[in-house]
Write a protein that binds this ligand. Structure first.
Ligand SMILES: Nc1ncnc2c1ncn2[C@@H]1O[C@H](COP(=O)(O)OP(=O)(O)OP(=O)(O)O)[C@@H](O)[C@H]1O
Ligand SMILES: [Mg+2]
Length: 470
């Protein structure tokens, strides 16, 4: 399948793809679009920035057109769930772009903004609704929306949607959907137990993984700087000044940390903005728009910006703090090197973060190049590599990235300690060797071998009664 024409997509959709300058389907598109057009449920896994959005949006639009009926009042035909407001907005934009010749009715249901407009938009019924789960449930409970007529359900960032922070809301939503529907799950990562959970919500799903699960995007040049905690602000300023930085996205573990980094950068003469869950939705939208337009070149963010966000020209991702959930690393650095572009990911690693780094390297099966800038007294303080028990103290783990209780990682670590089962044993690390090895590996497996490779791990553990921020 080398051309979009081969899919037989309806003419208005094909014209929109031409407008978008999409010439060749990406591997995940080539493999999943025919399955989805045939009505199959699909679990689609592919690296960040490889076009998963179109993989679900295009076949759904085509199928809507095959049976164009007016949606009933307060209903939607397509329901797309995503973990953040910003990603939901972006997915809606994609549907509107691919559906620009269709006179599509599509709207957004996200938190942080008044409900009135959303209630009014849903009144006549819409074809496509993109939502975060909390607001969606509020609308359902307020009788502004009925879910009995949903024909297509999409979970983008499926593993995040099914982790403990979201699962209660998702279960409630799925319970209200018709059993006869088409369900599509997409993500770049899919821990095995989450894949098992997903399987309960899909009907005989086709599983498509174009690269090993959790492999980092091709063409990202990754490196680690080991340093003392106190040296991080200066190291960040140096990176942003010296590297050939176009647009940079800097990730911190906490909201407070993000604000602190912005202040530190200002002192170093670097203008930056922060986006995190404590900012108003209005501010979040303004800042992201300014980053998209290039008006702001450095955006400091918590993990609300880690998943799915597609901004052209992000040349650098800097992890000011390493994430304690290794999948998050894959998503964060995937904000660069999208749609075939190149990108650089630099991670600052201090003290106990060495344990997070080991988890990350196990997950992505790459030994990352490291530069050691630690002061001599600090070099021996990091916990020695160990196969059992926890990786030393985790002072950051008290709270998750956006103030949610931190996920407990101990079960995964214990499992390593007990000796992984053959199926779950991590593959040997390949050397990072710049980026070429991973790239070739991905490419070889990309189009030819469709394998669904799973990794044994645990989902995030959060207080199940606490709704995640959306
Ligand atoms: N066939 C194509 N040809 C050219 N560009 C494409 C094609 N498909 C998608 N793109 C572009 O690639 C970029 C990444 O797409 P998308 O956001 O869907 O990636 P993704 O796989 O969902 O990534 P993530 O895992 O980070 O969510 C977008 O800017 C999109 O417009
Ligand atoms: Mg995506």
């Amino acid at each position: 399948m080398t051309s979009f024409q081969d899919f037989g997509l309806a003419d208005p959709i094909a014209r929109a793809l031409h407008d978008e300058n999409y010439r060749t389907p990406t591997p995940i598109q080539a493999q999943t679009i025919p399955l989805a057009l045939a009505g199959r449920d699909v679990i689609g896994i592919a690296q960040t920035g490889t076009g998963k959005t179109a993989s679900f949006a295009l076949p759904i639009l085509h199928r809507l057109l095959e049976n164009r009926v007016k949606p009933q009042s307060k209903t939607c035909r397509v329901l797309v769930l995503s973990p953040t407001r910003e990603l939901s907005g972006q997915i809606l934009d994609s549907f509107n772009a691919y559906g620009r010749h269709l006179r599509l009715t599509a709207t957004l249901a996200i938190g942080g903004v008044p409900m009135g407009r959303q209630v009014r938009a849903l009144m006549p019924g819409v074809e496509v609704l993109v939502a975060t789960p909390g607001r969606l449930l509020d609308l359902v409970q307020g009788n502004a929306l009925k879910l009995q007529h949903v024909e297509f359900l999409v979970l983008d960032e499926a593993d995040r949607m099914l982790d403990m922070g979201f699962i209660n809301d998702i279960r409630k939503i799925v319970a209200k959907l018709p059993i006869r529907r088409q369900t599509l799950f997409f993500s770049a990562t899919m821990p095995k137990d989450i894949a098992d959970l997903a399987a309960q919500m899909l009907r005989d799903p086709a599983r498509v993984a174009v690269t090993p699960v959790s492999s980092t995007a091709e063409r990202i040049s990754q490196r680690i700087i080991q340093l003392d905690h106190a040296a991080k602000p200066a190291a960040l300023a140096e990176i942003l000044k010296q590297e050939t930085v176009g647009r940079a996205l800097v990730f911190t573990r906490t909201k407070h940390g993000a604000d602190k980094v912005v202040k530190g950068l200002a002192k170093a003469g670097i203008a930056a903005n922060a986006i995190h869950g404590n900012k108003s939705q209005n501010h979040r939208e303004r800042v992201l728009a300014a980053f998209r337009s290039g008006e702001v070149r450095t955006l400091v963010a918590t993990d609300i910006a880690a998943r799915g966000i597609d901004v052209d020209g992000v040349s650098h991702v800097v992890n000011f703090d390493l994430p304690n959930v290794p999948e998050t690393y894959v998503h964060r650095i995937g904000r660069t090197a999208r749609a075939g572009a190149e990108g650089v990911a630099i991670s600052l690693c201090a003290g106990e973060e060495i344990a997070y780094l080991r988890d990350i390297e196990k997950l992505i099966r790459v030994a990352l190049p490291k530069e050691d800038r630690r002061s001599p007294g600090q070099r021996d303080t990091s916990p020695a590599p160990q196969r059992g028990g926890r990786h030393g103290p985790q002072p950051h783990a008290a709270r998750g990235s956006d103030g949610n209780p931190a996920p407990k990682r101990s079960r995964r670590r214990r499992r390593y300690g007990n000796g992984p089962s053959p199926a779950s044993r991590p593959e040997p690390l390949r050397a990072a060797a710049g980026k070429s090895e991973g790239r070739n590996e991905g490419r070889n497996e990309g189009m030819q071998g469709v394998a669904f490779m799973q990794r044994d791990s645990r989902p995030l553990r959060r207080n199940p009664n606490q709704r995640p921020q959306q």
